[in-house]
Design a binder for this molecule. Structure first.
Ligand code: SF4
Ligand code: SF4
Length: 487
């Protein structure tokens, strides 16, 4: 535990032992006020203020599933950082229950909700099957609709959401960013710490930007090689497309070498993941509708995704558009067609021969792949299928690296701390290469490894597969001569 959490002055609920129950009001759901009566009914003596509205508040029956056992606590990054009950899954569920009972949406309550990374480690850890993902997904839009954010917070969020979901705007940033990085100004700013003092948010943004590489565009159609096994659609993403074009190129190549025609509509937009995971529901719905339209036109049976956060959000389109009569059933059908690239490749099985790749890798589970989509074994199986490749596990692997969509931009200090922990555990594997499946994780961990004064090659799972299938040497992945073996 290092510092008090952003919500340490939160509502006065008791903080018991890590596995003890929260204050006395938890658990009243089963025998308490009926669902309909709960909304907008202030408890006796409750202060006036904004409240949850009646549009899909967190479902009381899902809240009641929590038996307050505390098994989720050690897996929750904010609880690990601050040891605050209200910054644990159990504490946040308690706050949701309070808000459903008419407690005002106070700034401190909002802080505890905002501080949640949405990493969903608690969903994996919970023995009672509490669907915290659905609970936090219902809570965030309530906050966005009913809580008045400060002017600076609004400005920061506006800047983030005017840029990241728009590939063309990101593309326009590539040139200036490359000049900034090559001129030495970036290194100077990081070393001097000036930007950190002026704006930790801007400093986080600057330090996370990956080295701008040559732009490689995936064409609209990439034909299958060898025996043709089918046609798949491919999501290009926003950050992935503009800042990690090599990952998209490798994805298209691997799918084609495995026998699939790849259709990558050039007019596809953002999937809405960042918006959905931040409670910006109407914006997320707008992006989702557009993406469904785009891929429906292609007629593909599968939409393959190489970014964990995007895939996770796309698999939730049925819930996101459940109230839209024109899209509800289409959204459910679309969500069924979505596959993470490792999930898809494991499903269809290998066709292209793998060449040896003498390299040790530390595999980092991206939260939205492992906890969000339950995809853990498939990337490991694919990687272990490469002759000569050794997969090493990262200590505390279930703990988030602190990236979490735009969480690291909104919460730069705790994100740095989580990034530092993850980098230390990754470096401790002494592997040649860090492999993961999310652009946010790659940026977050690369930045933390750099802060530690170390360097390590990083790659997406499909880039490793691509190198193996094409018979490339480890150097093609940026790997320098082997480190000593893990003790
Ligand atoms: S969310 Fe699950 S693991 Fe956490 S306290 Fe509730 S029942 Fe226990
Ligand atoms: S989603 Fe992650 S940060 Fe949020 S409560 Fe669950 S474990 Fe904690």
């Amino acid at each position: 535990m290092s510092e008090p959490g952003p919500g340490s002055s939160g509502p006065a609920a008791s903080v018991d032992s890590p596995t003890g129950a929260v204050g006395g009001e938890v658990g009243r759901g089963a025998g308490g006020v009926g669902t309909d009566q709960r909304l907008r009914v202030p408890t006796a003596g409750a202060e006036e203020g904004p409240h949850f509205d009646a549009h899909h508040p967190p479902a009381p029956e899902l809240i009641a599933d929590c038996v307050h056992c505390g098994f989720c606590l050690p897996t929750c990054p904010t609880y690990v950082l601050w040891g605050e009950e209200m910054d644990s899954p159990r504490g946040r569920i308690h706050l949701m229950d309070q808000a459903n009972h008419g407690e005002p949406l106070s700034p401190s309550m909002v802080q505890h909700f905002d501080a949640c990374l949405g990493c969903l480690a608690c969903v994996t850890a919970c023995p009672s099957g509490v669907q915290y993902d659905k609970l936090i997904n219902a809570t965030r839009p309530q906050v966005e609709r009913n809580h008045e954010r400060s002017a600076s917070d609004r400005a920061l969020r506006k800047a983030i959401f005017s840029l990241f979901p728009y590939p063309r705007r990101l593309r326009a940033m590539r040139g200036p960013l490359r000049v900034h990085q090559r001129s030495g100004l970036s290194a100077l700013l990081r070393k001097s710490g000036v930007l950190q003092r002026v704006s930790p948010h801007l400093a986080a943004m600057e330090s996370l930007a990956p080295d701008i590489s040559t732009a490689v565009r995936v064409p609209e159609r990439v034909p299958a090689r060898g025996l043709r096994r089918g046609t798949v659609g491919m999501l290009l993403g926003c950050v992935q497309r503009e800042f990690f074009p090599g990952v998209n190129a490798a994805t298209a190549r691997v799918l084609a070498m495995e026998g699939f025609d790849v259709v990558a509509p050039q007019d596809q937009g953002c999937c809405g993941a960042l918006s959905a995971h931040t409670g910006r529901e109407p914006e997320a719905q707008k992006f989702a509708r557009r993406l469904i339209d785009t891929f429906e036109r292609t007629g593909v049976e599968r939409v393959v995704v190489n970014s964990a956060g995007c895939g996770s959000a796309m698999k939730e389109y049925a819930e996101l558009l459940a109230d839209d009569p024109a899209y509800a059933s289409r959204a459910a059908a679309f969500a069924d067609r979505v596959r993470d690239v490792s999930e898809f490749l494991a499903e269809v099985g290998p066709a292209a021969p793998r060449h040896p790749l003498e390299v040790s890798i530390a595999y980092h589970d991206a939260c939205h792949l492992s906890h969000g989509q339950g995809v853990r074994s498939q990337p490991r199986e694919l990687l272990r299928g490469i002759p000569g490749l050794e997969v090493r596990e990262v200590r505390d692997g279930t703990l988030c690296c602190g990236s979490a969509g735009v969480w690291n931009l909104l919460n730069p200090e705790p994100a740095r701390e989580l990034g530092n922990r993850k980098a230390a555990n990754v470096l401790a594997t002494q592997a040649d290469l860090l492999v993961t499946a999310n652009p946010g994780c790659l940026m977050q961990i690369a930045s933390a490894i750099g802060r530690a004064g170390e360097s390590m090659a990083l790659a997406h799972t499909v880039e490793v597969l691509d190198a193996s299938i094409r018979g490339l040497p480890p150097g093609a992945l940026g790997v320098t001569p082997r480190r000593s073996p893990q003790p």
